[in-house]
Design a protein around this ligand. Sequence first.
Ligand code: SF4
Length: 250
Amino acid sequence: MYAFKTDGFEHKLAATQVLLRDADARYSPLAQASSLGAEDMVITHLLASLQLDASIFVLDTGMLHRPTLDLIGRAEAHYGRIFEVYRPDPQAASDFVAEHGDDAMRRSVDLRKACCGLRKVEPLARALAGKNGWLTGLRREQSGSRAAVPDVEMQHVVVGKVLIARAKVNPLADWTWGEVWHFIALEGIPYNPLHDAFFPSIGCAPCTRAITPGEDFRAGRWWWESENAKECGLHVSAHTSQAPTSAIIP
Ligand code: SF4
C-alpha cells in the first residue's frame, strides 16, 4: 500500500549498508533501539543480512499493543536473534498510576513526559549502559522536528561522574516512507500489522491512534498536544553535535 521505489534507491541502500558496517566497526558495542516499527524492522533486517554484531533491544513500556508485542517473537524466529527487552521499574510505574491515574498522560504535558520518563527514558538509559553507539529509525521526513536529523551525531551524557560520548546513528535518515515499504515488500520483512490499519507511527496504546488520509505522519501520536511537544524524550539530548562518520569515541 505504501511502497514506492524511487530512482536511485539501490544507491541509497548501498550507502546505508556502508554506514551500518562502518558504525558496527567504529562504535562497538553498538545496539539497535527497536520500536518494532517499519523503519526499525528494516534496520534489523539489514543487521542480519550484513551479519553485523550489533545487539537489538526493545523498550516494553507495559502499554504496547498486542500486535507490537507479538512481533518480538515473530522477528526473533525470523532472524534467529534475541531481542533484549527493557521494562520500567515496576514500583515506580505502579506508584505513578496510584498517584496520577491511568489517564495521567491526557491531563498535562508534564504528566505525559513523566510517564514517558519512567516507562521509556529510564529503561533506555539502562539499555545503553556500556554502549558506544546506538541505532535508531529516525527519518527526516517524519516530522518538522526531525527534518535536520543527521546520519551520525555524537551525544555527550553523564554516567556516574564521567562525561562520555556516544554515537547515535540514524541509518535511514534520508529514506522516504515509500522506500521503507518498497524494501519491506522486496525482502519479505516481518512488520507490525497495525501499519495496515493506518498506524504509520506506533507507540503505546493510550497514546497512538490511526490517522486518516492527508494527516501528518505523526498526527496519531499524542494528538491532544501541540505539535512542538511531541517527543517522548528518547530523542532529546542535553548536548549533541553532528559528527562526520570519521568521528571516533575517545
Ligand atoms: S507514550 Fe503514553 S503511555 Fe507510553 S510512556 Fe509515554 S505517556 Fe506513557
